[in-house]
Design a protein around this ligand. Structure first.
Ligand code: DAH
Length: 339
């Protein structure tokens, strides 16, 4: 009998429950008249008198123990400590996944930061434009083949309403409104009627730069762009300007930066040339200043334009431009920014 009492006590100690209903069930199981402890008392009547004293004391103690245990379980639910309907509230929570910035936003911000340090302000212009701002005021004569350099989306039958093919249109908008000194960059979306491939898309992003003042020289442009290249691609970067043609700049150039992947030694990214083309630039054509009512005898300026996708691809080694537009989180979450 004493053994049975001891075993039941151990059983009671180990009891745990997850709700008030179960506590009541346990009370009935152990403490009701017909419960287990009740049966022990029935059995008690049949034991020899010389054992009654010891077993009686043990039985009373067991009953008290069971009552205390049931009460303490009941209390824990009443105070709300454990009332989680079977849930363990102490487990750590499910982590929330926090979104990341789009790689193009990261690089656009970086470009803006670099030029801000040189005193360039950020301005924007409309995506739906007219012929004047996208072509004519930028010195593209009517019917000139240079217009075919950029395949244009026209919005209406009226060929004067179109989606801008480059952010150079914002140069015109700004110069029409403000007199020099002008030192600004214009980030924005541009549109071209091109087949979508790993290297081209019909929508992409550019950052345009413009600096117009007295005595602005080609050397100023070179120094500005060298600073940009070193901030963006590393302090060992070199630049190279190749003569080129744009209607709105004279002279015009295309700028290459030394390949940061092979340090100029030659690799498949730079096609074994050691150089990567990153932007177009030049001295603002005096005709453009004139179209915008800026005195081209007094002022000179330089301009440049670059594709954000291209810079991002070179910086991060992205091989397919379409990845920027698919918004696959497995791609996007690889990019981290400090802002
Ligand atoms: N607008 C040109 C393009 O989209 C890029 C460009 C070249 C912009 C030379 C400029 C520049 O401001 O000076 O291809």
């Amino acid at each position: 009998m004493l053994n049975k009492i001891e075993n039941l006590k151990n059983e009671l100690s180990a009891l745990n429950v997850s709700g008030m209903n179960e506590v009541e069930e346990l009370r009935i199981k152990y403490l009701s008249k017909k419960g287990i402890i009740g049966k022990f008392f029935d059995e008690f009547k049949t034991i020899p008198p010389e054992q009654k004293r010891a077993i009686g004391a043990a039985l009373n103690e067991l009953k008290q123990f069971a009552t205390d245990k049931i009460n303490s379980l009941k209390e824990s639910f009443e105070s709300g400590d454990n009332d989680a309907h079977g849930l363990d509230l102490t487990l750590p929570g499910e982590p929330l996944s926090i979104g990341t910035r789009h790689p193009l936003s990261i690089v656009r911000k970086e470009i803006i930061d670099i030029f801000s340090r040189l005193g360039f302000v950020v301005l924007e212009g409309p995506e739906i434009e007219d012929d004047w701002h996208v072509f004519s005021a930028l010195n593209f004569p009517p019917e000139h083949p240079a217009r075919d350099m950029q395949d244009t989306f026209f919005i209406e039958k009226n060929p004067d309403v179109l989606l801008r093919t480059h952010t150079s249109s914002v140069q015109v908008r700004v110069m029409e409104k403000e007199q020099p000194p002008i030192r600004a960059i214009f980030p924005g979306r541009v549109f071209r009627n091109e087949a979508i491939s790993a290297r081209a898309h019909c929508i992409f992003h550019q950052v345009e730069g413009l600096y117009v003042d007295e005595n602005v020289s080609f050397a100023d442009m070179k120094q500005t762009l060298l600073y940009f290249a070193r901030e963006m691609f590393g302090e060992k970067s070199e630049i190279r300007l190749r003569p080129s043609y744009f209607p709105f700049t004279e002279p015009s150039a295309e700028m290459d930066v030394s390949c940061s992947i092979c340090s100029g030694k030659g690799c498949n990214v730079c096609k074994y040339t050691g150089w990567l083309e990153i932007l177009g630039c030049g001295m603002v054509d005096p005709n453009v200043l004139d179209f915008c009512n800026i005195d081209n005898k007094k002022y000179t300026g330089f301009a440049f334009g670059m594709g954000i996708e291209r810079i991002t691809m070179l910086k991060y080694g992205v091989k397919d431009l379409r990845l920027f537009f698919e918004n696959d989180v497995r791609f996007l979450k690889q990019f981290h920014s400090a802002f």
